[in-house]
Design a binder for this molecule. Structure first.
Ligand code: ADP
Ligand code: ZN
Length: 734
C-alpha cells in the first residue's frame, strides 16, 4: 500500500476495493475517497467522473485515499476519461495557489477545469469530399466540385460560401453520388507554428537580450528575467526568439497579455512571425472554442497560447516558457472568486515547472524592480527605440496660469500644438481616463450630488445614452428634470470632464477634423473596437479622444502629439500604488507619441506641475522615480518591503456586517512584526447593495501570513449572510 503512489499510479487490487481520493471542482478543501471499479486502473492525475450529492461531476484523482469513510459508504468512480493525467506540476500548482490565496482547493481546481465537456470526445461535424468523377454538371455544381478539388474536407456551409452557391447544391451532389460525407473534427488550434517562418534581423541590444532568453529555454530550468525597455524598443521581437526556441524544443508556450480582446495587431504580428495563429484563451470564447483549445493544450498538440490571466490554469502537457507582457498591469489581478495575481502566480508556475519566465514592461512594477535589485530576477535591457525613433519630448502645462472658460478643459498651449499637428497632417491623441460626459452631476440650487442608490459612487452622465450610469454596478437612470432633494427644476448641472465632453470641446475648436471617441463603452463589441483601432492606424482619424483603452501597446505611426487632459487624476489619492500607477499610465500614454520616424510631443495639463511624478515624466527620469518610490515604501514599511493582506467583510445587513467586522477587529493579529488596521468602512462602503468593511494586515516578510490569517478568520463565527474575503497582496484598497 505504501509505495502505491511512488510511480504515480494506483493499480487495481486483487479483488478487494481499492480507493483513491478524488478532488472535485467545488469550494471544498479536500479530496474525497472513491472506489476504483473492479478491473479498472487509475493513476494520480486522471480525470474521472464521480457521483456527488445526486449529481455526476468531473474530478481529478488527487492521491491515495484518506481512509476516513466507512467502506460501506464509499461510492464508486463512474468512469475514467480517455485523456492523459493532469501533470504533477499542474496539480502542485493548484495546491500551491490554494494555499497561498487561502482559497478552497477544489475552487482552484475549477479554474483548471474551465472548459465543461472538454473531456468528452469531440462530436464530429459532417464534412464533404469528392467521391466520384462526374459529367454533365450545372455551373453551380461544377463550382462546388472545383472548390473541393484540392482534397480538403469542408462543411457544407463553407463549401457554399467558397463556391458562391446555396448549401442545397451540395446536397444534390451528395444524392448523385458525386460527393460523400465524412466525419470532420475541428483541429486543435496552433499545432504547427514555425520557429523560423520569418525571423527578424535583431539590433545588437536585441541580440544580447534574445540570446539570454534562448539559452534559458535550452537550459530547461527556472530562470526569471525582466525584459526592460522603452515603448517601441522591440521587446516583442526579442521574446519571440525565446518562443521560437521553445518551439524548436517541441515545448508549449504561454504568453499572458492584460487585454486580450484588443490584441489584433499583436495576433497579426505573431502570425507573420510564426506562420500560424496562436491559440487564444479569454472569457469571450465560445463553448466549442474552449473545449477544443483545452484539449489541445492538455494533449500537448496546441503549442502557443496567448491568453488572459486564466490561461495560466490550463493543464499544459509540456510547458517550456511563460511570457508576461506588460507585467505591471493591474488587470493581472483577479479580484473575485479566487483572488490571485496572475503575474506572481506565473512566476510560481515557472518555478514549479523548472522553466524560464520573461516579464516584459517599459514601466515594471516596483515589486519586479525590487526583485531585480535584490538579484532574484535577471535584467535584460533594451536602451533605445528600435530603428532610431526618438523618445517624445514631454512638457507640463501649468494649468494655474491658464485662463479657461468655465467647464472648458483644453488649454491654449495644447490647442495651438493640436492646430500645428493637424496642419502637418499628423495625428493627435487627447487622453483622459474618465468615461462618459461628466463624472459628477449636482444641483446648482442645493448642492445635492447624484449618487448610485446601491454603491458609494457618483452617477456619471453619458450623453450617448442620455442617462446617468454607475460605473460599479451597472445601475442607470434618466437624467431627472428636477433635483431629487430640493425639487428645483432644471437645476442639475454636469461638473468636470469626461471623454464625451472633451470630444464636444475639440469638435468646437476643430470642426473640420475627423475626431474619434474611444472608450470601453463607445464600441458595440470587440470587433468594432478592432475596426476603430485600425482606422486610427490607417491615419484616417485626425484626433482621438480616449481613455486607458488606447493608452497601451498600440502602435499608431501617424500619432505625434499626446495631450493628457488631467495629469493630476490619481495623484492625490492616498493608495499605496497611486503614484506608481499614475506614473505607469502616463508613461504608457506618452509612449504612443512619435513611434515611427516623426518626433513626438507630449503635453501634460497639471495644476501640480512641480509634483515629483510630473517632473519625473518631463525629465524622462524613470529610474530616479523608482528609487524615490522604493525609499518611500521602505520608510513606510510597505510592500515590497513587507506584506499586506486585505480582509473585506460584505453583507446586505449593515449592523450584522459591522458586528462581524468588529469581532474580527477584536481578535486581529497584533504584535511587533505584524499589525492590523481597522475595521473601517471601505472607500466603497456600499457596492451592489452590500455594505463593506475592511481590515488591513501588515506583516514583516518572515511571517507566515497565510497561517496567521487562516487561524484568525476561522476563529470568528460568521453567518452565511455575511462574506469574509481575504485578499493576499492586495492591489486595490477600495
Ligand atoms: P515594444 O514591445 O518594446 O514596445 P515592439 O516590439 O512593438 O516594441 O517594436 C516596435 C516596432 O519596431 C514594431 O513596429 C516592430 O515591428 C519594430 N521592430 C522592433 N524590432 C525590430 C526588428 N529587429 N526588425 C524589424 N522591426 C522591428
Ligand atoms: Zn452602483
Amino acid at each position: 500500500m505504501d509505495d502505491l503512489f511512488q510511480d504515480e499510479s494506483v493499480k487495481k487490487g486483487s479483488g478487494a476495493h481499492i480507493c483513491v481520493a478524488v478532488l472535485v471542482p467545488y469550494p471544498v478543501d479536500k479530496a474525497y475517497d472513491y472506489a476504483v471499479p473492479y478491473g479498472e486502473a487509475v493513476e494520480t492525475g486522471d480525470y474521472v467522473l464521480v457521483p456527488l450529492g445526486g449529481r455526476e461531476v468531473v474530478g481529478v484523482v488527487w492521491g491515495a485515499a484518506a481512509g476516513d469513510v466507512k467502506p460501506a459508504k464509499i461510492k464508486s468512480i463512474i468512469l475514467k476519461y480517455d485523456m492523459g493525467p493532469m501533470p504533477k506540476v499542474h496539480r502542485d500548482f493548484v495546491s500551491w495557489v490554494a494555499k497561498y490565496t487561502l482559497s478552497p482547493l477544489g475552487f482552484v481546481l475549477k479554474m483548471a477545469l474551465s472548459a465543461p465537456g472538454a473531456l468528452e470526445p469531440p462530436e464530429p461535424m459532417t464534412g464533404y469530399k469528392i467521391a466520384a468523377d462526374a459529367k454533365g454538371l450545372t455551373d453551380k455544381q461544377r463550382a462546388v466540385v472545383d472548390v473541393l478539388k484540392d482534397g480538403v474536407i469542408r462543411r457544407a456551409a463553407d463549401i457554399a460560401r467558397e463556391a458562391e452557391v446555396t448549401a442545397g447544391v451540395v446536397k444534390t451532389l451528395l444524392g448523385k453520388g458525386v460527393l460523400e460525407e465524412v466525419a470532420l473534427y475541428n483541429p486543435a488550434p496552433c499545432q504547427k507554428p514555425y520557429p523560423d517562418a520569418r525571423a527578424a534581423q535583431l539590433s545588437d541590444d536585441q541580440t544580447v537580450a534574445a540570446h539570454a532568453l534562448v539559452e534559458a529555454v535550452k537550459a530547461k530550468s527556472f530562470y526569471a528575467a525582466l525584459l526592460d525597455g522603452v515603448t517601441g524598443a522591440g521587446k516583442t521581437e526579442v521574446y519571440f526568439e525565446a518562443v521560437a526556441q521553445a518551439l524548436r524544443e517541441d515545448q508549449q508556450v504561454l504568453i499572458l497579455l492584460p487585454e486580450i480582446a484588443l490584441s489584433n495587431a499583436f495576433l497579426d504580428r505573431f502570425k507573420a512571425r510564426f506562420g500560424c495563429s496562436p491559440a487564444l484563451w479569454h472569457s469571450h470564447l465560445t463553448a466549442n472554442q474552449r473545449k477544443n483549445t483545452w484539449r489541445g493544450v492538455a494533449q500537448g498538440v496546441t503549442k502557443v497560447v496567448i491568453g488572459a490571466r486564466s490561461a495560466l490554469f490550463l493543464p499544459y502537457e509540456d510547458l517550456g516558457l511563460i511570457v508576461v507582457d506588460e507585467e505591471h498591469e493591474a488587470a493581472y489581478k483577479q479580484e473575485d472568486g479566487v483572488i490571485y495575481h496572475a503575474r506572481d502566480m506565473a512566476v510560481v508556475r515557472a518555478h514549479l515547472g523548472k522553466i524560464p519566465i520573461a516579464l516584459i514592461s517599459a514601466t515594471p512594477s516596483l515589486e519586479t524592480v525590487q526583485n531585480v535589485w535584490e538579484g532574484r530576477y535577471h535584467k535584460l535591457q533594451l536602451s533605445n527605440r528600435y530603428g532610431g525613433a526618438r523618445m517624445p519630448d514631454v512638457e507640463a502645462i501649468d494649468m494655474r496660469a491658464e485662463k479657461l472658460d468655465a467647464q472648458h478643459f483644453i488649454s491654449l498651449p495644447l490647442r495651438v500644438a493640436m492646430q500645428q499637428t493637424l496642419e502637418r497632417g499628423e495625428q493627435v491623441l487627447l487622453f483622459l481616463n474618465r468615461r462618459g460626459y461628466a463624472p459628477l452631476t449636482l444641483c446648482r440650487s442645493c448642492g445635492h450630488r447624484m449618487e448610485c442608490p446601491r454603491c458609494t459612487a457618483w452617477l456619471v452622465e453619458h450623453k450617448s445614452s442620455d442617462k446617468l450610469h454607475c460605473h460599479h454596478c451597472g445601475y442607470f437612470c434618466r437624467i431627472p428634470k428636477k433635483c431629487d432633494e430640493c425639487g428645483e427644476e432644471d437645476s442639475l448641472v454636469a461638473c468636470g470632464p469626461g471623454v464625451e465632453r472633451i470630444f464636444d470641446e475639440a469638435k468646437a475648436f476643430f470642426p473640420d477634423a475627423n475626431i474619434m471617441l474611444l472608450a470601453s463603452d463607445t464600441a458595440e463589441n470587440a470587433d468594432e473596437l478592432k475596426d476603430m483601432l485600425s482606422q486610427i492606424r490607417s491615419g484616417s482619424v485626425n484626433i482621438v479622444i480616449g481613455t486607458q483603452i488606447i493608452a497601451k501597446g498600440h502602435h499608431f505611426p501617424g500619432l505625434t502629439l499626446v495631450g493628457v487632459v488631467d495629469a493630476d487624476l490619481g495623484l492625490t489619492g492616498g493608495e499605496l500604488r497611486a503614484s506608481e500607477r499614475v506614473y505607469q499610465l502616463l508613461h504608457q500614454v506618452a509612449g504612443r507619441a512619435g513611434r515611427a520616424e516623426k518626433a513626438g510631443r507630449v503635453m501634460l495639463q497639471s495644476y501640480m506641475p512641480d509634483h515629483r511624478i510630473i517632473q519625473a515624466l518631463c525629465d524622462g527620469a524613470r529610474d530616479a522615480f523608482y528609487e524615490v518610490e522604493a525609499m518611500e515604501r521602505e520608510m513606510a514599511d510597505m510592500p515590497p518591503f513587507s506584506r499586506l493582506a486585505g480582509i473585506i467583510i460584505a453583507g446586505r445587513d449593515h449592523d450584522q456586517t459591522l458586528e462581524i467586522a468588529k469581532a474580527l477587529g477584536r481578535t486581529a493579529p497584533q504584535g511587533e512584526r505584524i499589525s492590523t488596521f481597522g475595521p473601517a468602512p471601505a472607500p466603497y462602503a456600499r457596492l451592489r447593495g452590500k455594505f463593506r468593511f475592511r481590515l488591513l494586515v501588515r506583516a514583516d516578510k518572515g511571517i507566515d501570513l497565510q497561517k496567521t490569517i487562516a487561524a484568525w478568520v476561522d476563529g470568528v463565527k460568521c453567518p452565511s449572510t455575511v462574506r469574509v474575503y481575504v485578499d493576499i497582496d492586495p492591489q486595490s484598497f477600495m
